[in-house]
Design a protein around this ligand. Sequence first.
Ligand SMILES: NC(=O)N[C@@H](CC(=O)O)C(=O)O
Ligand SMILES: [Zn+2]
Ligand SMILES: [Zn+2]
Length: 429
Amino acid sequence: MQLIISNASVLDSNGELVRRHIILQDGIIQSIEEDLVAFSGNDAEVTSIDAAGKLVTPGFIDMHVHLREPGFEHKETIESGSRSAAKGGFTTIACMPNTRPVMDTPEIVNLVKEKAEAAGLVNVLPYAAITKSELGRELTNFAALKEAGVIGFTDDGVGVQSAQMMKDAMALAHSLDMPVIAHCEDNSLVVGAPVAEGEFAKRHGLKGIPNESEAIHVGRDILLAEATGVHYHVCHVSTEQSIRLIRLAKSIGIHVTAEVCPHHLVLSEEDIPGLDANWKMNPPLRSKRDVQACIEALEDGTIDIIVTDHAPHSVEEKAKGMELAPFGIVGFETAFPLLYTEFVAKGRWSLPMLIQRMTADPARVFGLSSGQLVPGAPADLTIVDLEKEQAVDPETFASKGRNTPFTGWKLKGWPVATIVRGNVVWSEQ
Ligand SMILES: NC(=O)N[C@@H](CC(=O)O)C(=O)O
Ligand SMILES: [Zn+2]
Ligand SMILES: [Zn+2]
């Protein structure tokens, strides 16, 4: 099976847009041609897509997502989540283990892999839990879980409260050459607050989550990563204080990497319009100062990658209000247009910088073979119409989740087709 994507606008090594024809064969990028006539492909098995006027990039990679299956199929399934990812231009996603049961045994990992395979949409890479049921009491069987195909260990959804437990986890992960991915949150500093400390919390008489609840874990874990030598990856960084610590750790050669979510780059607690739980996520929207620190850290490489932390919840759950609703917002279907509109179209970032943080950089951090538009790489591609402008309408989401704070935002730069291993898995219409 051969697929030719003709007349594509692709970024060359100088970051310039050039017109190319991309030949995909048996799931691999076979060649990238300047001139299609020079290429002889007259086989009946050849199909082609005319991408004239469209950007073609390596498929986006999202290393932090929640697919909710098994256990929370009313929020999302592996199928609906994969479709939502494909619609957002993502070709590889890494799913978090806070399902029910928690992904803490090879059996559950195998079930997730089978369902992802059956959906046949995007590449799904599972993480396994650090501790059984994410309760922080007992380590899971890292060796067996590695054998089952997980790509790292994390208790995302909660912080690992015990430093000794985290140190043991890191030492074991390091011995297996696996990363530890951490949701950083000290529970003793949080006490059930729904939003960040700040003006919004004050105005509405709500308890606030302080910045230190995140940064204390980041600091502790950096010291433990130094002691154990593990690759330590920080989830959804949201505070200036965490960034300061990550910058220092990197400067002295500790193997730490970090991610940030689109919402923490675009929104601060001052933007929350009222007691609408579609603005409730963990970590919470912080101060403008934190947002600026996140943007600068992504620009200077202190933060390595962009992830969505796609966290679907049902309308009923979100209707419980700011204090009772669960934390989390969906992210796949708004991520690229949001960041393209807010940072590239407004002139702060170059297009190559945004693409790199969503493709080559996650591939580098997690050792994936995708993320580049080069011959021999997996044929995972996203076609984007940079001129297309439309308002965000949650009713059109492929995700079961409707929980987004970006409803009605007019965004530019929408994915129009997504190709995984040489197959079109989603296209507009
Ligand atoms: N980010 C969130 O607000 N929620 C996530 C958990 C998490 O990522 O910590 C969820 O599973 O809903
Ligand atoms: Zn988390
Ligand atoms: Zn998460």
